[in-house]
Write a new protein. Structure first.
Length: 131
């Protein structure tokens, strides 16, 4: 897929023990689309870009710094993603085995959404609220 330039200016950047497995899971459970996946000579994901609803997140594998990247540990992190149909999104996540940590609910401020944890401990909230 050809690279495109985004107008987004803030990007979540996550580290995973097994980024290849995380990419697969995020696609199945949450509907992300892998746009770019760059692996080093060891086969480990050094940089990946996943798209959802016209926005991107970046991720890679945690490392010891020997590959020239900053040595940083992995998660957990907490992200919020706007979804148009939180009920359908929730059903997809449950079907993929996502750990739901807060079930579907309506908030006083008008949002409807839920919160799940990915296999490596990152927390993802999905809802209709648009800040």
């Amino acid at each position: 897929m050809p690279a495109t330039t985004s107008t987004q200016t803030i990007f979540a950047a996550l580290r995973y023990r097994d980024a290849t497995a995380a990419i697969d899971w995020l696609q199945r459970a949450f509907g992300f689309e892998a746009r770019e996946v760059h692996k080093g000579s060891s086969g480990r994901v050094q940089h990946a870009e996943l798209a959802y609803g016209g926005n991107l997140i970046m991720l890679g594998e945690a490392g010891d710094g020997s590959d020239g990247r900053l040595e940083e540990d992995f998660g957990p992190q907490w992200l919020y993603v706007v979804v148009e149909d939180p009920d359908a999104h929730h059903e997809r996540a449950v079907a993929a085995g996502a750990q739901i940590v807060r079930g579907m609910r309506d908030e006083e401020y008008g949002s409807r959404g839920y919160t799940a944890r990915d296999p490596e401990g990152n927390v993802w909230s999905f809802g209709t609220y648009r800040p």
